[in-house]
Design a protein around this ligand. Structure first.
Ligand code: ADP
Length: 346
């Protein structure tokens, strides 16, 4: 690669103010001999939506389990509101609301009953409980459906009820594990709208995702690959590190073409899925030049603005998705999109 920007020190961008709400320091985790987190360090600031983006197996769930006090790390430490998740899990639990991927609401109960049940576990009773339940249902725009059974809700509404449940004890931090899994694109957009509203009300949100379009909506992101932090910053900052456009050249003999481009222009490129990939300012001008320089060798060309997937490739040298995963993800989204049209709008 032509440019390699240093990973900024944790919390070191311009908007940094105050003490971080979450501090992850050299966090490590190992399952037997398999290393899932390999010394990860980052900070999350008050009132931001912070995304943990990474492909399957990058360590997101492991990080989520440690931050939500379900599992002890093998090394390093994580503090939430200054409390250590390993030594003070009860203190941490008071500060965090957690929304797991697996549904935890009882669909045979109404929205209100689901929350009242949790409220009892927190020791709330009487009018204090009723007020709290109403407040939380209003926060996720379900107040008018309080008396309806959760099984009559769309997927997006059920997920919002999960969020209301996580917020019932008024935590300052909300942790969500891949919150839009199984939702159609419309419900995904709606859910993000609610997350942004909660952020605007001062709740710090940390969310794991493997979806680029979700990562784009985060205020800041940590990108994980194979248990390591490979990049941190706002989506715009991260994409800016790629100087210019991303060019893909399809060729019968991509490896020799990459070498020839290097010899002629001094430009580093990578060969991914049989295509030569390079980063270059003024991409359109450059491709005209390169087609003329290597007549008959290039079958197809694409020039595009960098995406977060390009950031991942730039930092790691490999693709975010395998072709199989990409295809599957595309098919799942299409299926959900179709199914979404038949279900009530969330
Ligand atoms: P992600 O959520 O990004 O898919 P995970 O945290 O689930 O990543 O996994 C990180 C690595 O740890 C992977 O190599 C995975 O196979 C391994 N791993 C996760 N959970 C376990 C487990 N319970 N036992 C053994 N290995 C695990």
């Amino acid at each position: 690669m032509t440019t390699k920007t240093q990973i900024p020190a944790p919390g070191a961008t311009s908007a940094n103010t105050g003490t971080p709400v979450i501090q992850v320091q050299e966090l490590r985790h190992q399952y037997d001999t398999r290393v899932a987190l390999n010394g990860v360090t980052f900070d999350v600031r008050a009132g931001e939506i912070f995304g943990l983006l990474g492909p399957n197996g990058s360590g997101k769930t492991t990080m989520f389990r440690i931050l939500s006090t379900l599992m002890l790390p093998s090394g390093g430490r994580a503090l939430i509101c200054g409390l250590d998740v390993a030594t003070n899990p009860n203190g941490v639990r008071r500060e965090i609301g957690v929304v797991f991927q697996a549904p935890s609401i009882d669909v045979k109960l109404t929205a209100e009953e689901n929350l009242r049940h949790i409220g009892h576990l927190y020791g709330l009773r009487g009018s204090a409980l009723s007020n709290r339940v109403h407040e939380m249902l209003s926060r996720v725009a379900l107040a008018d459906r309080a008396k309806d059974y959760a099984e009559t809700f769309s997927g997006g509404m059920q997920r919002r009820l999960e969020i209301a449940k996580g917020l019932l004890h008024r935590p300052s931090v909300l942790l969500l594990d891949e919150p839009t899994t199984g939702l159609d694109p419309g419900a995904r957009r709606d859910l993000w709208q609610y997350l942004q509203e909660l952020r605007d009300q001062g709740i710090t949100i940390i969310v794991t995702t493997h979806l680029m379009e979700e990562a784009e909506r985060c205020d800041r992101l940590a990108i994980l690959s194979q248990g390591r932090l490979v990049a941190i910053g706002t989506p715009t900052e991260l994409k800016h590190e790629i100087g210019g456009d991303v060019i893909l050249l399809e060729a019968k003999n991509p490896e020799p073409l990459a070498r020839q481009i290097h010899d002629r222009y001094g430009i580093e490129s990578t060969v991914l899925d049989g295509k030569v990939r390079l980063e270059r300012e003024g991409g359109h001008r450059f491709v005209t030049e390169v087609v003329e320089a290597f007549p008959g060798e290039i079958d197809a060309i694409s020039v595009s603005k960098p995406t977060l997937e390009d950031v991942f490739i730039h930092r790691t040298g490999h693709r975010f998705w395998t072709e199989e995963e990409k295809q599957k993800n595309h098919e799942d989204t299409k299926a959900r999109s179709k199914a979404g049209k038949k279900t009530p709008k969330s």
